[in-house]
Design a binder for this molecule. Structure first.
Ligand SMILES: [Zn+2]
Length: 99
C-alpha cells in the first residue's frame, strides 16, 4: 500500500519500486463480518499480512485453493492483482499459495 511518507524519517520523496510478487505469510485472519457493502458478498474471506521477498510487508486478500487451504505463517505465496470490485475504483491485491 502506498505511504504518504517514510515511516523511519518521515521523508516525503518516495518512489515506486518493482517487486517479484512473491513472499511469505506473516499473519492471517478470517473475516466473517464485512467492513463495507462491497465486501459482503465475499465473506467469509481471508486477509493476510505478507512479507514480500524484497522486504516490505503488505496487507491483502488470500484466495484459498480449497476449503482446507489456510494461510498459516510462512506459507509461500504469489501476488495477483484483481479487477476492482463493483462500487470500488481500486484494484484488489490478493495472494495465492505458491504452486
Ligand atoms: Zn526515510
Amino acid at each position: 500500500m502506498p505511504r504518504i511518507c517514510c515511516p523511519r524519517c518521515h521523508g516525503t520523496e518516495l518512489s515506486w519500486v518493482p517487486v517479484s510478487g512473491r513472499g511469505s505469510v506473516w499473519s492471517s485472519t478470517e473475516v466473517h463480518r464485512a467492513p463495507s457493502a462491497e465486501f459482503k458478498a465475499r465473506t467469509p474471506y481471508w486477509v493476510v499480512l505478507v512479507r514480500l521477498d524484497e522486504g516490505p510487508t503488505v496487507m491483502a486478500h488470500y484466495l484459498p485453493a480449497d476449503a482446507a487451504d489456510r494461510p498459516l505463517p510462512d506459507t509461500r505465496v504469489d501476488a495477483e492483482v484483481q479487477d476492482p470490485m463493483e462500487g470500488s475504483g481500486m484494484p484488489l491485491l490478493a495472494f495465492r499459495r505458491h504452486a
